[in-house]
Design a protein around this ligand. Structure first.
Ligand code: NDP
Length: 319
């Protein structure tokens, strides 16, 4: 079967492409610049790539650029979206590519008679950020939606971009009768296939690379292989529908630091928080729906070890 993966050079998408090729699919993989070897070389080396991987150029913001790419595909995995924290112009750098890009891809899918399902890479960013308190007894699940006004007020631009993109996607899919499933991972960790450092792996690099403090933040964490598998299951399982939160464990950075210190006792791991405030409390994220996709839920300890080993192997870490 023929499928399409947008933003194929990225951290999560590279694993989706790898697993799709392993399962025998033919993959149309979109990237902004197929000639940028640093970004695509790892894809070309994947098993099955020579026979069944087609790299195609497409930009999220150029209209109709996905038309001929998705046409002929049975499934489309839309992962492309910028994930950065330090932005100067949030509208241009994050919100437009996320929202307009998603609508651009979905429009092409709606025009094609071949596309049976679209799997959207959304995020816990589009689920858990609203006025509702998050404390250890609170269980966040797929019925939660982030509040765009709340994100805007707090200048949480990446969260805002993902929230608006997912909202726009559901609206479009309902109006156009498009079969859409969203996958909503928390912070993704685990081995990197790509050569460029992505934002979530960078948070782990920061913990082992000589920082004196860890951020006073609490996030959900999930392994990239579970995330990639969830995308493929969400496409293959006919009864899959709606949203799927993917979180193995919610943990404050102090807990990550502890795990890393146990794994790597000789490394300089930060022991204090970046501020004097009480630690941001933990909360729970329901695994019930995600379990129906048959995930492994690789434990955080294993995911962190895999991340660090990968960062070392790729010379991102200074040792
Ligand atoms: P990466 O930064 O590794 O990949 C992002 C991809 O998006 C790149 O392949 C990039 O393509 C593409 N992209 C960005 N801007 C544009 C644009 N204007 N036009 C075309 N392509 C663009 O990130 P991740 O793998 O981490 O993220 C992938 C998806 O997963 C995103 O939707 C992100 O929001 C979501 N996500 C990530 C989480 C994480 O912790 N990593 C958690 C939850 C969700 P190119 O190579 O061509 O530049």
């Amino acid at each position: 079967k023929l499928v399409c993966v947008t933003g194929a050079s990225g951290y999560i998408a590279s694993w989706i492409v790898k697993f799709l090729l392993q399962r025998g699919y033919t993959v149309r993989a979109t990237v902004r610049n197929p000639n940028n070897l640093r970004k695509v070389e790892h894809l070309l080396k994947l098993e099955g790539a020579e026979e069944r991987l087609h790299l195609l150029k497409a930009d999220l913001l150029s209209e109709n650029s996905f038309d001929s790419i998705v046409d002929g595909c049975d499934g489309v995995f839309h992962t492309a979206s910028p994930f950065f924290n330090n932005v100067k112009d949030p509208q241009a750098e994050l919100i437009d590519p996320a929202v307009k890009g998603t609508l651009n891809v979905l429009k092409s899918c709606a025009k094609s008679s071949s596309v049976k399902r679209v799997v959207l890479t959304s995020s816990v960013a589009a689920v858990a950020y609203n006025e509702r308190p998050k404390t250890p007894e609170v269980v966040v699940d797929e019925t939660w939606f982030s509040n765009s006004d709340y994100c805007r007020e707090l200048k949480l631009w990446y969260l805002l971009s993902k929230t608006l993109a997912e909202e726009a996607a559901w609206k479009f899919s309902k109006e156009n009768n498009l079969d859409l499933v969203s996958v909503n991972p928390a912070m993704v960790v685990g081995p990197l296939l790509q050569a460029e450092l992505n934002t979530s792996a960078a948070t782990i690099l920061n913990l082992i690379d000589g920082s004196e403090t860890f951020p006073n933040s609490t996030y959900g964490w999930i392994n990239v292989k579970d995330v990639a598998n969830a995308h493929i299951q969400a496409y293959e399982i006919a009864s899959a529908s709606g949203r799927y939160c993917l979180v193995e464990r919610v943990a404050h950075f102090s807990e990550l630091a502890k795990i890393l210190k146990d794994l790597y006792p000789t490394y300089q791991i930060p022991e204090k928080s970046a501020d004097d405030k009480p630690y941001v409390p933990t909360f729970q994220v329901s695994k019930e729906k995600a379990k129906s996709l048959g995930l492994e839920f690789i434990p955080l300890e294993v995911s962190l070890k895999e991340t660090v080993e990968s960062l070392k192997e790729k010379n991102f870490a200074n040792f």
